[in-house]
Ligand binder design. Structure first.
Ligand code: XUL
Ligand code: CO
Length: 436
């Protein structure tokens, strides 16, 4: 079959001295770091919606991206070409996985029946492409936010008819994800939130969200889908208040709804920063609560402050993400999904490949640095020393519950004045710099 991206070659590792923009400088898929290869540690994934359907449109301007299917007018033919294009690029870039929304890979039809038929046709193409390609499905999801019917939310819509439509869409998306061997299924709360409490019953909406997710868990059991369910936190955009605001809000929601055990989180860098957290904070919170499932790997721009979905090139960030991922023992069935798009000015297909290479190299470097930090216990031994007081004597007594306020008052009265140990933040930042 003719190539759709003849300008993109099979991308190889050429080492850090290479000037070739279409070569890896750090990502050497088969190189072992500890007991796993870089490929196994990083589990990269391409986001179909950005890479294949994204066109470079912004609120002020028309699409800029030029793609091989631009002169094709039949939407199903466009969908087929995009899918072939995605397999071609993931293979050329050694990206082992992809992720999609139902409506990215096949156009919405005039009815739900027609939409399902469109989806089935593309799913059968994917099954054909699987026969000759190593690319596999990391996760599937349903787009419950683009169509006007979802203007007030899907599972949290005030209109039960919309809830029903969303349920039917997720039912189909689960079947399709199972059919394609998807390792996870993601719920990002597209418009599950609100604009104003003047017209919103927040309590009912959150209960309905819980009901919806229980139905998804039940249906997955019924059809034998054993992928991991993931919630993707985000605090705003498109609604002003998104219910799944951050890792902690999601954990509270899962507990309240009786859903812990069935869900983990898919944490995205640009969503963390929109929530006013570092990505490391969001990952650490999830890891400490046993719900770190997968990562949407991108970055925002601190001067812009919206969801710019840029390719991750900041080495501090990729290092600290990999620090959490390695400390978690890896991501299991999860992966690093590039929920990222080239800038509007990076409109060629070569830019699309180069953007992925930039993100992959930044993560490979982050992996190496994080591995060294962990092997040397460079940070952990300092943290352990800082909390050493909790392992013996007074700290151990407090932890074991043998001391209460009255006993602690006696101890405090008898204590000499306290000079706390310095936190040594700058020293540790300099230490991190040395490793990077
Ligand atoms: C939106 C976003 C989504 C999810 C999947 O900000 O990140 O693309 O990753 O629905
Ligand atoms: Co995302």
């Amino acid at each position: 079959m003719d190539e759709l991206f003849p300008e993109v070659p099979l991308v190889k590792y050429e080492g850090k001295g290479s000037d070739n923009p279409l070569a890896f400088k750090r990502y050497d898929p088969d190189r072992k770091i500890g007991d796993r290869t870089m490929r196994e540690h990083l589990r990269f994934s391409m986001a179909f919606w950005h890479s294949m359907t994204g066109a470079g449109r912004d609120p002020f301007g028309e699409p800029t991206m030029r793609r091989p299917w631009d002169r094709t007018s039949d939407p199903m033919e466009v969908a087929r070409q995009r899918m072939r294009g995605m397999f071609e690029l993931t293979e050329k870039l050694s990206i082992p996985f992809f992720c999609f929304h139902d409506r990215d890979i096949a156009p919405e039809g005039a009815s739900l029946r027609e939409s399902n038929a469109n989806l089935d046709a593309i799913v059968s193409l994917v099954r054909d492409l699987f026969k000759t390609s190593p690319t596999r499905l990391l996760w599937g999801t349903a787009n419950l936010f683009s169509h006007p019917r979802y203007m007030h939310g899907a599972a949290t819509s005030p209109d039960p008819r919309v809830f029903a439509h969303a349920a039917a869409q997720v039912k189909k998306a689960l079947e399709v994800t199972k059919e394609l061997g998807g390792q996870n299924y993601v719920f990002w709360g597209g418009r599950e939130g609100y604009e104003t409490l003047l017209n919103t019953d927040m309590k009912l909406e959150l209960e309905n969200l819980g009901r919806f997710l229980h139905m998804a868990v039940d249906y997955a059991k019924a059809i034998g889908f054993d992928g991991q369910f993931l919630i993707e936190p985000k605090p705003m955009e498109p609604t002003k208040h998104q219910y799944d605001a951050d890792s902690a809000a999601c954990f509270a929601f899962l507990q309240e709804s009786g859903l812990t055990g069935s869900f983990k989180l898919n944490i995205e860098t640009n969503h963390a920063t929109l929530a006013g957290h570092t990505m490391q904070h969001e990952l650490r919170y999830a890891r400490d609560h046993g719900i770190l499932g997968s990562v949407d790997a991108n970055q925002g721009d601190e001067l812009l402050g919206w969801d710019t979905d840029q390719f991750p090139t900041n080495l501090y960030n990729t290092t600290l993400v990999m620090y959490e991922v390695l400390s978690n023992g890896g991501l299991g069935r999860g992966g690093l999904n590039f929920d990222a798009k080239p800038r509007r000015g990076s409109w060629t297909s070569t830019d699309l490949a180069v953007s992925h290479i930039a993100g992959m190299d930044a993560f490979a470097r982050g992996l190496e640095t994080a591995w060294a930090l962990i092997s040397d216990r460079a940070l952990s031994k300092r943290v352990e020393a800082r909390y050493a007081g909790w392992n013996a004597g007074l700290g151990a007594a407090i932890r074991s519950g043998t001391e209460g306020f009255a006993g602690l008052e006696k101890i405090a009265m008898a204590q000499a004045p306290i000079d706390p140990e310095p936190g040594r933040q700058e020293e540790l930042e300099a230490l991190l710099n040395r490793y990077i």
